[in-house]
Design a protein around this ligand. Structure first.
Ligand code: AMP
Ligand code: TRP
Length: 336
């Protein structure tokens, strides 16, 4: 038996932040030697909100470079760009025609984003999870490492796979593999620095709400200095009325590599004035090597291009194979 397959991706909208890193990419890196991995930059997803054509390509390369900078190892993993493989769009269309609209209307992320986009809600925003299902099912992925916010999209992916297999395959020979989400308990949902009840997000208008992976030390220092806290002395994970306290302690725990018990003991008598510099220092120390590696990768464009070319070749072979099987099962004639 070969290794199980992993697929995941991030959108090239704005910078990656600590939530993306701790909720997703760090887990890709830590698990990668156990699996055969495919990591894509999902640039087709990026146009479901108004986008800037002048920066889309550069943003896409930035995210690919950050994957490498965060430790994606090409001995175990392939990196590619979603729009370079047309099977993603094609399978989305086929899936559209077996996906009831009300499944999509129930998606929490759609409802939230639709409110934000007001009058301007496009069909792509509603269809976004079908494209995501195509991303995953094309690769017959066993595992999909994501943050907590993607759980519902994974359930929808499984529903689509089930429906397809049920409609077009025999129970003995399903075409699509059922993927499992891989969601870590710790830091699966990193919260905003300015409101501990909301998740850290690329779309929050306030830069102070998030730490970007490429933030220089002085920006990190400023953001932590200004982040929301409370007036209680002594820090704890367990008080539900102190969401900011829980979030910042969790960040410190994950970034320092200490256990929850160690952090709880270390910080129980601290005030914010003592804790904030500690968190700042730990954050800067974690991000510094990522930022250095990022610069190296970005300085060698031809290397990055070769990584993406090779990734695409490997990924495309698998994607096209699945697409052919899907079309055959649906009764399409084969191209001559
Ligand atoms: P996106 O920024 O929406 O493309 O998300 C890319 C990945 O980061 C997905 O796996 C998300 O679940 C994860 N992610 C995004 N925001 C957070 C957050 N605040 N906490 C944890 N994971 C997150
Ligand atoms: N929807 C995901 C997000 O916003 C990004 C994504 C698109 C994805 N396709 C995927 C994640 C496939 C995992 C697998 O975070």
């Amino acid at each position: 038996m070969g290794k199980q397959r992993v697929l995941s991706g991030v959108q090239p909208t704005g910078n990656l932040h600590l939530g993306n890193y701790l909720g997703a990419i760090r887990n890709w890196v830590e698990g990668q030697s156990q699996y055969e991995n495919y990591f894509c930059v999902v640039d087709l997803h990026a146009i479901t909100a108004p986008h800037n054509p002048a920066t889309l390509a550069a943003d896409t390369y930035t995210i690919a470079a950050l994957y490498l900078a965060c430790g994606i190892d090409l001995n175990h993993s392939s990196i590619f760009i979603q729009s370079h493989i047309s099977a993603h769009s094609e399978l989305t269309w086929l899936f559209n025609c077996i996906t009831p609209i009300n499944w999509l209307e129930d998606m929490i992320q759609f409802k939230e984003k639709a409110v934000r986009q007001g009058e301007n809600v496009n069909t792509g925003l509603l269809d976004y999870p079908v494209l995501m299902a195509a991303d995953i099912l094309l690769y017959q992925a066993d595992r999909v490492p994501v943050g907590e916010d993607q759980k519902q999209h994974l359930e929808l992916t499984r529903d689509i796979a089930n429906r397809f297999n049920h409609l077009f395959c025999t129970p003995e020979q399903p075409v699509l593999k059922m993927p499992e989400p891989l969601i870590r308990k710790e830091a699966a949902r990193v919260m905003s620095l300015t409101d501990g009840t909301r998740k850290m997000s690329k779309s929050d208008p306030s830069e102070l709400s998030r730490i970007n992976l490429l933030d220089p030390p002085d920006a990190i220092t400023k953001k932590i200095k200004r982040c929301k806290t409370d007036l209680v002395r002594g820090l704890t994970f367990d008080d539900p009325d102190r969401p900011e306290c829980r979030n910042l302690l969790t960040l410190y725990m994950v970034l320092s590599g200490k256990t929850k018990e160690e952090v709880a003991a270390e910080c129980q008598d601290m005030g914010w004035g003592q804790f904030k510099p500690l968190l700042t220092e730990t954050m800067i120390a974690t991000l510094q090597p990522i930022q250095e590696k990022y610069k190296e990768v970005m300085d060698d464009r031809s290397y990055l291009e070769s990584v993406l070319r090779e990734g695409r070749q490997k990924a495309e072979a698998i994607a096209n194979d699945t697409l052919l099987k899907v079309k055959a099962a649906m009764g399409y004639s084969m191209p001559l």
